[in-house]
Design a protein around this ligand. Structure first.
Ligand code: ADP
Ligand code: MG
Length: 619
């Protein structure tokens, strides 16, 4: 056998290998050049793309420029003007710092740089191609820098083959640019595609870098359905927009997370956003959002990914809870209704500017909670600037109306979300009329000029949710199946069922683990639905091991809500009078009759007074 020989790789090959990690495709070149322009404090950036960026990418800025004496070295590996020692990483806010972008790009493409440093009299040009570095020569230009990258991967055919069509590569570039448009409202962006102007996005007046501005999120939130979000805590601040809950849909939507001006992929933050929405969104539904976090540099490591698309937090939990809290606060504030507000009635298309009044009531509520120990302390403050008037379309407005009601109901109680049974029963009083409309709502008229509208499915879910939860304690409502039901599950699903056997046992599902799944022996009573489907949905909930470990209580709640949903009367079902009365009676006995376990409202209370007012019958 031939003796293996060690070869020392040439600098060129080493660079090309490294380039594979940093430069995957044309969009990665655009990203590196944009980062450099931003670090150079550009106010205007022009991006020219030819042939999907495979033929040519040119990015010009009006930033500080590169001094002549540095030009000769910028193509060398590990030359940077941004970082001196490893300690600097703890305070660094710049986009680049490894000094490798330009050197790697020159190893896989032809590069020309023209730059004029602010203080230099003239501009200079330098190039790098297969023949090496060119002589520096004078080249007239205004303050700033242009970097032109041609024939990407010309010398690595294998990588070139890996690229997609021009259209696809251009789309990927555009998707990247769209992110920068969001967090750099202070920069004027010009985009040119194959010699034609594609976009001209002037800077937003008086907008600060790193703030998300309404002008630049219009595509993401139609009809102004974006709710401004703000947070300022120790070491973390946040701004951006989250969607009004009515904007939810089943498919993945535009979701952007930025940390210190960098677009990043961070599933934990996305999850935290959804946790903030928990009470406001049907399970599994998606919403769009744009979230920009500014985190003290020593609390976040940006040096964990070759393209800096991922970060590591010193204390991820702290970040996630801040996000969750900020989202929840925004939703509560925007969707809350202040019963003491001037006219009290709710008009369609009315603007949802949050009055200082309702601000106070929120603060008061918060305080009550804090004193009960439900909200952890800590120094944080919410700024309300920019949360100006946001008007909603009719659909949103009706969703809001019903949400408003629940909030109002909650605020009128003593500050706890639990309701005493007696109070509710007393309040429900004697009804004089009960009927169903549209096969989904129960309307109840009371003798004392009140009118309730109950969402039959939400109400049934609430009733079943509380009934099944009670099983945990008193096992009253469990039935034994005559013949055990055999259900098959995958290995992971079986592991989950084994891990949580006791919990399921307590809520009424007793089973034995078998080779292919489980033999189910008991279920909660009145349980006649597709059990297998229900389990599958539960596994989806538990899909995320982090949630599971962190917060089994929440998962339990979600599982119970899923079960409740499957057992409950659907909307669209005709009810007879006795069924309506039974739903009403059961609902008022619930601990929290006002919303279904997913957080949607269950009752809308109206009064004759309010109805009269709507008809301007004020005498
Ligand atoms: P890094 O950004 O990590 O410092 P790069 O290889 O991207 O490394 O750039 C090397 C150096 O070239 C930068 O540190 C900066 O001094 C200079 N430079 C590159 N692009 C620009 C630009 N558009 N404007 C001003 N200086 C630039
Ligand atoms: Mg750089």
């Amino acid at each position: 056998m031939e003796r293996p020989k060690l070869n020392r790789l040439t600098a060129e090959v080493v660079n090309q290998i490294a380039a594979g990690e940093v430069i995957e495709r044309p969009a990665s070149v655009v990203k590196e050049l944009l980062d450099n322009a931003i670090d150079a404090k550009a106010g205007k950036i022009t991006i020219r793309i030819n042939g999907g960026g495979m033929k040519m990418i040119e990015i010009s800025d009006d930033g500080i420029g590169i001094p002549k004496e540095n030009l000769d070295d910028i193509f060398d590996a590990h030359t940077t003007s941004k970082l001196r020692s490893i300690e600097d990483l703890n305070t660094l806010m710049s986009m680049g710092f490894r000094g490798e972008a330009l050197s790697t790009i020159t190893s896989i493409a032809k590069v020309t740089v023209v730059s004029k440093f602010e203080e230099d009299q003239v501009g200079y040009e330098i190039g790098f191609s297969e023949n090496g570095k060119s002589e520096i020569k004078k080249s007239p230009r205004e303050k700033g820098t242009s970097v032109k990258v041609e024939d990407l991967f010309y010398n690595i055919p294998a990588r070139r083959k890996y690229l997609k069509s021009e259209q696809t590569e251009y789309r990927k570039i555009y998707e990247l640019l769209a992110k920068y448009f969001l967090v750099y409202p202070n920069i004027h962006f010009l985009l040119e595609k194959d010699g034609k102007k594609a976009l001209d996005l002037p800077e937003v007046k008086d907008a600060k870098q790193g703030t998300v501005q309404l002008e630049r999120v219009k595509d993401i939130f139609p009809d102004n359905t974006g709710l401004a979000i703000f947070y300022n805590g120790s070491g973390i601040s946040m701004n951006g927009y989250v969607a009004h809950p009515s904007l939810h849909g089943p498919r993945v939507m535009k979701q952007y997370v930025f940390i210190n001006g960098r677009p990043i992929t961070e599933r934990g933050i996305v999850r935290a956003v959804y946790e903030g929405y928990a009470r406001y969104l049907p399970f599994g539904e998606k919403i769009p959002f744009v979230l920009n976090l500014t985190i003290r540099p020593d609390l976040v490591d940006v040096n964990v990914h070759p393209r800096k698309e991922e970060v590591r937090f010193e204390n991820a939990f702290r970040i996630y809870s801040a996000v969750q809290e900020a989202v929840l606060h925004t939703l509560e504030k925007a969707l809350s209704y202040n019963p003491k507000s001037s006219d009290g009635d709710v008009k369609e298309n009315q603007s949802l500017g949050v009055s200082s009044n309702s601000q106070n009531s929120f603060a008061a509520m918060r305080e009550r909670f804090a004193s009960k120990g439900n909200v952890s302390g800590g120094n944080r403050s919410y700024s309300d600037s920019g949360s100006g008037d946001i008007s909603f379309n009719n659909k949103a407005s009706s969703v809001r109306d019903s949400l408003l009601f629940s909030k109002q109901a909650m605020e009128q109680t003593t500050g706890s979300f639990e309701f005493s049974n007696n109070e509710m029963v007393k309040e429900s009083g004697i009804f004089t009329n009960i009927f169903q409309i549209f096969d989904k709502y129960i309307v109840i008229e009371f003798s004392d000029e009140r009118l309730w509208i109950i969402d039959q499915h939400a109400a049934a879910e609430r009733i079943n949710f509380e009934r099944i939860s009670r099983n945990e304690k008193d096992k009253q409502n469990i039935q034994t199946l005559l013949v055990p039901q055999q259900l098959s599950f995958s290995q992971e699903e079986k592991l989950f069922l084994e891990e949580h056997k006791q919990f399921f046992d307590e809520i009424g599902f007793k089973y034995e683990i078998t080779v292919s799944g489980i033999d189910l022996n008991t279920t909660p009573v009145e349980f006649t639905f597709d059990i297998e489907k229900m389990f599958k949905e539960m596994f989806e909930l538990a899909d995320n091991p982090a949630i599971l470990k962190q917060n089994f209580e929440k998962l339990k709640h979600d599982i119970l809500a899923t079960i409740a949903c499957h057992t409950s009367v659907r909307s669209g079902k005709k009810l007879d009078r006795s069924e309506m009365i039974s739903i009403f009676n059961e609902l008022v006995k619930c601990q929290n009759p006002y919303s279904c376990p997913h957080g949607r409202p269950a009752i809308w209370k109206l009064t004759l007074d309010l109805i009269d007012k709507n008809f301007e019958r004020t005498y």
